[in-house]
Design a protein around this ligand. Structure first.
Ligand SMILES: C[S@@+](CC[C@H](N)C(=O)[O-])C[C@H]1O[C@@H](n2cnc3c(N)ncnc32)[C@H](O)[C@@H]1O
Length: 337
């Protein structure tokens, strides 16, 4: 037993030393993959299962998670459910506002934390909406129930511990999808499989995936491109474009209407601010329609809500065919097609 513990300790020290060396060297493909895997798998499986789904990231009230579900619904059902979409956005704004007010009362700084004490503080704030948060996902479940329609083949890149999939399942949308989620972290994939034994989750690297061209109707991804080096981001975008038969729905947490990407390397990964015009130009090489939803601007201009959880949050929707047909609640002034 002692010998095994000593061997495990030595291995973890070697891996830590390798991370330190790699994190200051120029990133090659293999080094970046190693660092991403180590970074995103650090911490316990239980912590990862709670990470990125609390506070403003809770997919039942996170506006980008909701936009993602609405675009998927509109891809399958057209404009039929637009009034519930508008209602859900207004409801989610109410939940966001309740969290903001409660956090101020308790003096909690809201964020996505790996630290268990900070996670617990966010959960105390979340208690303020516990009795209401299921209201709209329940409405969707009863609305979509009994519908039978050809399922949409969807690949989610960097799905975490089924973070967005939780609300996709609760809302009854999962029944209308032929879904696969891929993540580099085996702990995340194990969490996702445990939560949803009937769904497909695979360990995989989004820079090179084993599926044939156009294997999925829609490729979706949330909050991953900013964490990659510019070269890896290009490779991941290329993969997403290659695999999507019809369209892409991409969520960005750090995007700006600026001419160039702002690259910021953290020790083991990146925290870049991506340029909408550059991403748009890249997507336009293959997609006839590319639309942007700058979330904070939309909430302020259309819904009169000035306190978006993140003023750099943008969702991008691309379609091989024009027009993009965004649900009307999400149409935005930066849209181009
Ligand atoms: C910021 S989290 C986003 C998770 C989830 N999409 C969400 O929005 O909550 C980034 C995720 O990307 C995964 N990841 C990082 N690099 C990856 C890669 N090269 N291939 C697949 N997944 C990757 C991490 O394991 C982590 O789950």
């Amino acid at each position: 037993m002692r010998a095994q513990l000593a061997a495990a300790w030595t291995l973890s020290m070697v891996a830590r030393a390798a991370s330190r060396v790699l994190s200051v060297l120029p990133m090659g493909d293999r080094a970046e993959r190693f660092l991403l895997e180590r970074t995103w798998s650090s911490g316990s499986a239980a912590m990862l299962d709670r990470y990125l789904v609390a506070g403003y990231q809770n997919p039942r009230l996170n506006l980008q998670s909701i936009a993602l579900r609405h675009v998927l619904v509109s891809r399958r059902f057209g404009a039929e459910f637009e009034s519930i979409m508008d209602e859900e956005i207004r409801f989610a704004i109410g939940l966001n506002e309740s969290l903001r007010a409660r956090a101020a009362e308790l003096g909690v700084k809201m964020g996505s934390y790996r630290n268990p004490i900070k996670q617990a503080a966010v959960r105390r704030v979340d208690a303020a909406i516990a009795d209401r948060q299921m209201q709209l996902v329940d409405r969707w479940r009863s609305t979509l129930e009994g519908r039978s329609i050809e399922p949409l083949a969807v690949l989610e890149l960097a799905c975490g511990s089924a973070n967005d999939y939780r609300a996709i399942a609760e809302s009854g949308l999962a029944r209308h999808l032929d879904y696969i989620g891929v993540d580099l972290s085996a702990k995340n994939v194990a969490n996702a499989r445990r939560r949803f034994p009937g769904a497909s989750f695979e360990v995989g690297n989004i820079l090179e995936l084993p599926y044939p061209d156009g294997a999925f109707d829609e490729v979706i991804a949330s909050d991953i491109f900013e964490h990659l080096s510019p070269e890896a981001m290009e490779a991941a975008l290329e993969e997403a474009m290659r695999l999507a038969r019809h369209g892409l729905i991409l969520t960005f947490f750090n995007m700006a209407d600026a001419p160039d990407h702002e690259v910021q390397r953290r020790r083991a990964y990146h925290w870049n601010r991506l340029s909408w015009p550059r991403i748009e130009a890249r997507l336009r090489e293959s997609f006839a329609s590319v639309s942007a939803i700058p979330i904070a601007r939309l909430l302020r201009d259309r819904y009169g809500y000035a306190h978006s959880y993140n003023r750099h949050a943008w969702t991008i929707v691309a379609r091989r065919a024009a027009p993009a047909d965004l649900p009307s609640a999400w149409e935005s002034r930066v849209r181009s097609s």
